[in-house]
Design a protein around this ligand. Structure first.
Ligand code: PLP
Length: 227
């Protein structure tokens, strides 16, 4: 199957999942996860109408930033080391994986040097599983409060990776948990903070995530094939 066929198939499934939950399908954006795929795949997807791409590894991302001249929007979705932030400052539209204050401080510092503001999501380990990165549900509110005090970063929502990838029904309670946490943080009314985005759902479970409120789904394999 071609990337373009896969993309239209995923778009139909996104639409159907949103409608089944009574949601506006346009409120869900598809992030095409292009890690390990060559720039040519990204360009092919762009010509098939895909504009948002998610990458995990900073060295790979910076190579692609130089190779892809099409006006795509880049998102960082993977674990981010503070010492790598300087390489992407001002060059990505959203960082999904802010899981600690020291990282948020470095993002704010690097974007600040450019007099820009970086939109971010706070990554939450909603299952509490020790192997998953992300702040805990209990610590998330405090991390959001601390981020809100930084001048060049703006918290726009939450992201999670549940412990199950192939069983949407097993993942569903974690998606619902992230949505509830976002509502609780929203209710805290922290100045400058918006809980507008919920980044959750991957190839195996994006429909369940959409039914539970995802606004960003991160899909790799189902678009580009097995890595
Ligand atoms: C790789 C990755 C994805 C995409 O996973 P697929 O199962 O290939 O759709 C989504 N989110 C994150 C954080 C990833 O690392």
């Amino acid at each position: 199957m071609s990337v373009s066929r896969n993309l239209s198939n995923i778009r139909l499934r996104i639409r159907a999942a949103a409608e089944s939950a009574g949601r506006d399908p346009d409120a869900v954006r598809l992030v095409a996860v292009s890690k390990t795929r060559p720039a040519s795949d990204i360009i092919e997807a762009f010509h098939a109408g895909q504009t948002v791409f998610g990458e995990n590894y900073i060295q790979e991302l910076t190579t692609k930033l130089d190779q892809v001249h099409e006006p795509v929007e880049w998102h960082v979705i993977g674990h981010l080391q503070s010492n790598k932030v300087k390489y992407i400052a001002g060059r990505v539209a959203l960082i999904h994986s802010v899981d600690r204050l020291s990282l948020a401080e470095e993002i704010s510092r690097q974007w600040g040097r450019l007099e820009l503001v970086c939109p971010v999501l706070v990554q939450v380990n909603i299952s509490g599983e020790s192997t998953k990165s992300g702040t805990t549900g209990e610590e998330a509110l405090q991390l959001v409060r601390d981020c809100a005090l930084l001048p060049n970063i703006r918290v726009r929502g939450l992201m999670t990776m549940p412990p199950f990838f192939d069983d949407p029904e097993a993942a569903r309670p974690f998606f619902a948990g992230l949505r509830r946490l976002a509502s609780a943080i929203e209710a805290a009314g922290i100045a400058g903070v918006e809980m507008r985005e919920l980044s959750m759902g991957m190839s195996g479970d994006f429909e369940a995530a959409i039914q539970e409120g995802a606004t960003l789904v991160r899909v790799g394999t189902a678009i580009f094939g097995e890595r």
